[in-house]
Design a protein around this ligand. Structure first.
Ligand code: GLC
Length: 584
């Protein structure tokens, strides 16, 4: 189970590195940075969609699973990437986007061509409803993830098709066996045969649709479309489908790494079915409790307040959840769908930015589970400035939200200002600005005009500068990754115990050896055994005394690492300082 100890780095191809000056990142650009990733200590690259796509949703709308979006490169580039990673002892996982395709996919083109086309049933088509006055309506009131109805009217064949996301992303009909087999062949086997090592599985709990599309409860009176997200998820045949896919399309290739995107699944029993090793479905899933903090429940970008206690609850839940079971979990604070973690969970004020980057790094690298880092996180990239106008935001989710707010408030300046506050805080775009490599024009990302504006701070925050500073966030991440590997039984596999939950400034926990986990990971060459660590993290801008739990008081405490490098003072943490102590 190599994937348990892996440190995974997510690459968003459009924004990582442009090799040919067209302003868009590409596969050769990524290949040119493999030594950088190896040097950082990365074991696995997760590449967000690079497939052929009209890019309505940045590649999560795939028009051919077996081809590459031409501006990103070609199949030969993918072979070179896989080879380059394997040669360096690293692995590659791809994004498996199989809840829906693009409306440009040949399967959908056929499906929509006529009601009796053999592929009609590969997507989900329904008759309209008519009201008493004879007006046509979609089958139900569900609102799509990016706004509007989940149903799109097809003029030619006079039926609606289902799309949980954008209208250009029609949902596949997994109830049709022929469709499932085609998905396995084209999206899964094709790539495993080419040597990729696994998949991050997009929106993994939505393939099985409900038998009937009943209306969602009305949470937004006056609106035609209602929040229905929980109804999208965990349909009746979800587990049968996953088991079949793993058994038929993945198992024949040996140990294939799988990590599912699992939103909206609060029920522990349901989660157990996805990730218990004995169920043979997924290795692990992403739990979104932390990443969802601050997001509005009805409208994602109308923020709701939270504090450190909520962060502790969100993280602690999954740390404890797997203890004593055959399940496994993930540790992450960022991805391409979330704003930057420093801005959201610590402080992006210039005087605290680097400390915050290191504090979060220390937290993530000492928690149990497979660790995922998102590009730019290692140099402490932060949200774009509040002054940026909405035109700089390229994501359709942001644009749709803004347009809807404009519409519903009659472009009221106060309301629109609040909408922009929400966007500046939570939009997905913050993760999608180009990677900051150096202080040359466009942050060294591209010699052409970047598809999205480069963050204004690239001269202060970039890879080249941080490589030359021994106490930079980048060098600290590098050090922490090797520290985590050196003590992997304790940090990657250990038992988590939290203290002082109600403290809104300090996050205190211990990691202790899990005897079962130690025996299962024996044989790792880098292992050094310590049996207990105390982690003390100050999430405030003032000094705080380290909290020493009762069960550590009689022990000898020795400082192992601090975010402040050599400048550690007594038992008081500076603003946004974090420390690890050995407890012996
Ligand atoms: C997942 C992806 C997101 C995308 C959506 C639709 O949530 O992470 O980026 O928009 O699926 O495919």
């Amino acid at each position: 189970m190599w994937w348990k100890d892996a440190v995974v780095y997510q690459v968003y191809p459009a924004s990582f590195k442009d090799s040919d000056g067209d302003g868009l990142g590409d596969i050769p650009g990524l290949i040119s940075k493999l030594d950088y990733l190896k040097d950082l200590g990365i074991d696995v690259v997760w590449l967000s969609p690079m497939y052929k796509s009209p890019q309505v949703d940045m590649g999560y709308d795939i028009s051919d699973y077996e081809d590459i979006h031409a501006p990103f490169g070609c199949l030969a580039d993918m072979d070179e990437l896989t080879h380059g990673l394997h040669q360096r002892g690293m692995r590659l996982i791809l994004d498996l986007v199989i809840n829906h395709t693009s409306c440009q996919h040949a399967w959908f083109q056929e499906s929509r061509s006529s009601k009796d086309n053999p592929k009609r049933d590969w997507y989900i088509w329904r008759q309209p409803r008519y009201d008493a006055s004879g007006n046509r309506h979609p089958p139900n009131n569900w609102r799509a993830s990016f706004g509007g109805s989940v149903w799109e009217w097809d003029e030619k064949t006079q039926e609606y098709y289902l799309h949980y996301f954008a209208p250009e992303q029609p949902d596949l009909n997994w109830d049709n066996e022929e469709t499932r087999k085609a998905i396995y062949d084209s999206a899964v086997r094709f790539w495993l045969e080419k040597g990729v090592d696994g998949f991050r599985i997009d929106t993994v709990n939505k393939y099985s649709k409900p038998a009937e599309f009943v209306n969602a409860p009305v949470t937004e009176p006056g609106s035609a479309w209602q929040y229905a997200y929980p109804l999208f998820c965990n349909g009746p045949k979800m587990h049968d489908f996953l088991k079949e896919m793993v058994r038929d399309a993945m198992d024949p290739f040996g140990e294939v790494m799988t990590v599912g995107e699992l939103p909206c699944t609060p029920d522990a029993k349901e989660i157990l079915r996805y990730v218990s090793a004995r169920e043979r479905e997924l290795n692990m899933v992403f739990h979104f409790d932390m990443v969802y903090l601050g997001m509005g429940t009805v409208w994602k970008y109308i923020p709701e307040p939270f504090d450190l206690r909520d962060v502790k609850t969100a993280l602690g839940k999954w740390q404890r959840f797997i203890q004593g079971t055959d399940m496994w979990t993930t540790v992450f604070a960022e991805n391409h769908d979330s704003a930057r973690s420093i801005t959201r969970f610590a402080s992006d004020a210039p005087e605290h930015r680097e400390a915050s980057a290191k504090l979060l790094a220390l937290m993530l690298t000492t928690l149990t589970g497979t660790l995922f880092i998102y590009q730019g996180q290692e140099i402490g990239m932060v949200n774009v400035p509040r002054e940026w106008p909405v035109e700089e935001y390229k994501d359709l989710e942001t644009q749709n939200f803004y347009a809807r707010m404009k519409d519903s408030t009659g472009n009221d300046p106060k309301e629109m200002n609040a909408a922009m506050d929400g966007i500046a805080y939570l939009a997905r775009d913050h993760a999608r600005t180009p990677m900051q490599w150096d202080d040359s024009e466009n942050g060294g990302f591209s010699t052409g005009k970047p598809w999205m504006r480069v963050h204004d701070n690239y001269r202060e925050v970039n890879v080249q500068k941080q490589l030359g500073e021994h106490d930079s966030p980048l060098m600290f991440w590098k050090h922490l990754i090797s520290f985590r590997k050196q003590y992997h039984s304790l940090f990657t596999h250990g038992l988590f115990t939290e203290y002082g939950h109600d403290n809104t400034a300090l996050f205190t926990y211990t990691k202790t050896l899990d005897n079962c986990a130690v025996s299962s990971t024996n044989g790792e060459s880098m292992e050094t055994i310590e049996t207990k660590a105390l982690i003390s993290l100050n999430f405030s801008n003032s000094c705080k005394k380290v909290y020493l739990p009762e069960d550590c008081k009689a022990a000898t405490i020795e400082l192992a690492i601090s975010t402040k490098d050599g400048k550690v003072e007594s038992d008081t943490l500076g603003p946004y300082e974090g420390r690890v102590y050995w407890v012996r």
